[in-house]
Design a protein around this ligand. Sequence first.
Ligand code: PLP
Length: 419
Amino acid sequence: MRDESRTLAGVIHHPRLVLARGAGSWVWDEDGNRYLDFTAGLAVAALGHGRTDLADILRTQYATLEACSNLYGNLPALELAERLVEHSFAARVWFANSGTEANEAALKFARIVAGSSGDAGKTQVVAFRGGFHGRTFGALAMTHEPHYRVPFAPLVPGVRFASFNDLESARRAVNPRTCAVFVEPVQGEGGVVPADPEFLRGLRRLCDENDALLVFDEVQCGLGRLGTLFAYEDYGVIPDMLTLAKPLGGGLPLGATLLSDRVAAALKPGQHGSTFSGGPCACAVGVRVFDVIAEPEFLEAVRLQAVRLRAGLDRLAATSPLTARARGRGLMQAILLKPAHRARGVDVVKEARNRGLLVTRAGRDAVRLLPPLTCTPDEVDFALGVLGDTLAALQPARHVARSVVATNVVTTPVAAPVS
Ligand code: PLP
C-alpha cells in the first residue's frame, strides 16, 4: 500500500493495493504476497496474466510498426477486423481505445443512421436502470447510477431510462423518436444481473417496430465470458451494433464497435476518427486473444468452470447467514448479500483479500467474481474456499458454530508471502 495520494488524481480511492506482477490467475504485491485474481483486471486479463505469447507478439509488432494513425491502414487491424466480421453478425468494425469510446461511437453512429433516414427528430436513446456504459459524456448519459452522473450535468440530452428485465417499462420508453436502445446482456457494474432471454427478444421486437437500433454493450460480458464467443449468441438475439473492449487487447487499450450492414452503409468518411483507433500493436495482440478465445475447446472449458463456480457459490449462498443467493451467467458471477448485510460488501472484499483472493463489489449488494477465462478447477475451488472462510469469519457470532459445520468448505491459509 504505497501512498499514491500525493501523485495520482483524487478521483481514485486511496490507499489501494499496488500490484507488482502477475502470472496466470495470480498476482503479487510488492511484498511478495500472492493473490488469486478473480477480478482479472476487471475482465481484461481474460487469458490470465504474464502471457509470454502476447508479450512476444507485442515486442515483434512494436519493433516492426508501432503506430500509423488513421491516415494509413495496417495489417494487424485488418486481420482483427476480418476475424470479428467473419465470426459475428457484423459487416464492418470500428476500433476504439476503450469501452466508453466504443459506446460513444455507437451512439454517434445511431444518430447518423437516424439522420440519414431524413427524420431530424429521431434522436432519443433508451438505456436501463443499473446499466453502465462508460465515463465519457455520451456513455455517461446512458449510465444510470446517479453518483457517476450528477457532478457532470448537463449530460448529452435525450436519454430515457427503463427498468431492466421489464419489457412493459421498455415499451413505455421506446417510441418512433428513439434512434437506439443500449443494453448490457448481463449488467456488470449494476450487480451482475443477467437479462432474461425473453427481455432481449422483446427489445429486438420493440426496436424493429420503432425503427430503432438495438445496441448490445458486451464490453464486460462479451468475448468468451459467457462461454460463447459473444454474449448475443448465448441469448440468440442479434443486435444492430455491439461494443467490445476489456479483454480484446489482452491488456492493451482496445475496443471495437461491430456494425450491421445497415449501420455500415450509413457511415461516410470523416464522420468519426481517433488517432489510436486500430493501432497495430493493440490489434496484433488482439488477433491472438481472439484466436485463443474463439477455439471451441476454450469456450467449452469456460462453460465447465462456470458450472463449477456457480455450483460452489450456490452452496455458499445457501449456508452463510450473510448471503441471499448467487447470481450471474458464465464466468461472470456474484454472491448477493442479504439486505441487512449489504454494507458488509466492503468487509467481504477486504477479508477475502487478506486471505489471498481478489474480488470486487458490484451494484448495491453483489460481491462479483470475474475470473480469468483460463482459471483451473483448483483455482475455482481455492476461491470458493476463501470466500467460505471469509463469510464464516464475518458472520454474526451466534451463527458461527452451526454454519462452519454446514458449509464444509476448504479452509485456506491467510495470504502468506509466496514468491
Ligand atoms: N460498458 C460496460 C458494460 C462496462 O462494464 C464498462 C467498464 O466497466 C464500460 C462500458 C466502460 O469501459 P472502459 O472503462 O474501458 O471505458
